[in-house]
Design a protein around this ligand. Structure first.
Ligand SMILES: Nc1ncnc2c1ncn2[C@@H]1O[C@H](COP(=O)(O)OP(=O)(O)OP(=O)(O)O)[C@@H](O)[C@H]1O
Length: 231
C-alpha cells in the first residue's frame, strides 16, 4: 500500500518546492525549479509553456514516472515522493490515468483489449472487465469499434481508445501530455471536449500539458511554466 498522508484539504494534487535537474556540473539543466501548486478535486488544469519549459518533466514527476531532486508531491492523499517502486506501480495503475501524445496503444490488441489492460493488471474479474470495457468504449464514442486494432482506427479514434484505457480503473487523476499534439485541430478539439466532459461527468481531476491555445479555453485554470519555473 502507498503511504496515505491524510486529507490534503480537498486537493487531489499537492506539489511543493519541486525541483528536477538533468545532467551535472557545467551541463546541468534545471528542468524544474521551486514549483508549488495544488489542484482541487474536479478541476481541469492546463499546463502551458514553450517547448522545453518543463511540462513533461512536471507531469512525469506527478505521475510517478520520474523522481524529483527536491520537493514533495501528493496525489489523492498518497505521498508520491519517497514511495518505493511497488507503491509507484500501484499509484500508476489505480490512482492515475495517463494519456500520451503518441497514444501508446498496443498494435496487436483490439480497442477493447487495449482498454482492458489496466483492469487485467489489477486482476478484475473477466465479466466485470468486459462490461466496463463496453461502457468505456461507448463513453468515448467507439461502441462500434471494439474489435478493431489501432492500425484500423484514425488518430482521433486511437486517442479516444487511450482515454478509455486511462479511465479503466476509475483514477482520481488524469494526466495528459500533449494529448492533441498529433491530431488536426478539429480532432484535437473533440478530444479536449471529451476530457472536459469526463471531468465534468465524473468529478475527475485532470492535468493537461499543451501549447495549443484552443485547448486552454477548455481548462478551469492555466499554469504557465517558463524555463522550469511557474510564471
Ligand atoms: N532526459 C533528459 N536529459 C537531459 N535533459 C532533459 C531530459 N529531459 C528533459 N530535459 C531537458 O529539460 C528541460 C525540460 O524538458 P521537458 O521535456 O519537460 O519540456 P516540455 O515543456 O515538456 O517541452 P515539449 O513541449 O517540447 O515537450 C528541457 O531543457 C529539456 O531539454
Amino acid at each position: 500500500m502507498t503511504a496515505v498522508v491524510g486529507d490534503a484539504g480537498g486537493s487531489v494534487v499537492e506539489v511543493s518546492g519541486l525541483g528536477r535537474d538533468y545532467g551535472s556540473g557545467d551541463r546541468v539543466v534545471h528542468a524544474l525549479t521551486d514549483v508549488s501548486f495544488s489542484v482541487a478535486k474536479g478541476e481541469l488544469v492546463a499546463v502551458r509553456g514553450r517547448s522545453g519549459a518543463g511540462k513533461t518533466t512536471l507531469l512525469n514527476l506527478i505521475g510517478g514516472l520520474d523522481r524529483p531532486d527536491r520537493g514533495t508531491i501528493t496525489v489523492a492523499d498518497r505521498a508520491v515522493t519517497g514511495a518505493g517502486e511497488p507503491e509507484l506501480l500501484e499509484l500508476r495503475r489505480d490512482v492515475i490515468g495517463f494519456v500520451f501524445q503518441s497514444f501508446g496503444l498496443i498494435p496487436i490488441l483490439t480497442a477493447a483489449e487495449n482498454v482492458s489492460i489496466p483492469m487485467r493488471l489489477s486482476r478484475r474479474k473477466p465479466a466485470e472487465r468486459d462490461e466496463r470495457v463496453a461502457v468505456l468504449l461507448e463513453l468515448v464514442g467507439l461502441g462500434g469499434q471494439a474489435a478493431q486494432r489501432p492500425g484500423e482506427l484514425s488518430g482521433g479514434q486511437q486517442q479516444r481508445v487511450a482515454v478509455a484505457r486511462a479511465l479503466a480503473n476509475d483514477p482520481d487523476l488524469l494526466i495528459a501530455d500533449e494529448p492533441t499534439g498529433q491530431l488536426d485541430s478539429d480532432t484535437g478539439r473533440s478530444i479536449m471536449d471529451l476530457l472536459r466532459a469526463v471531468v465534468d461527468a465524473r468529478g475527475m481531476t485532470a492535468l493537461v500539458a499543451t501549447h495549443d491555445p484552443a485547448l486552454i479555453d477548455r481548462a478551469d485554470r492555466v499554469i504557465t511554466l517558463r524555463d522550469g519555473r511557474l510564471a
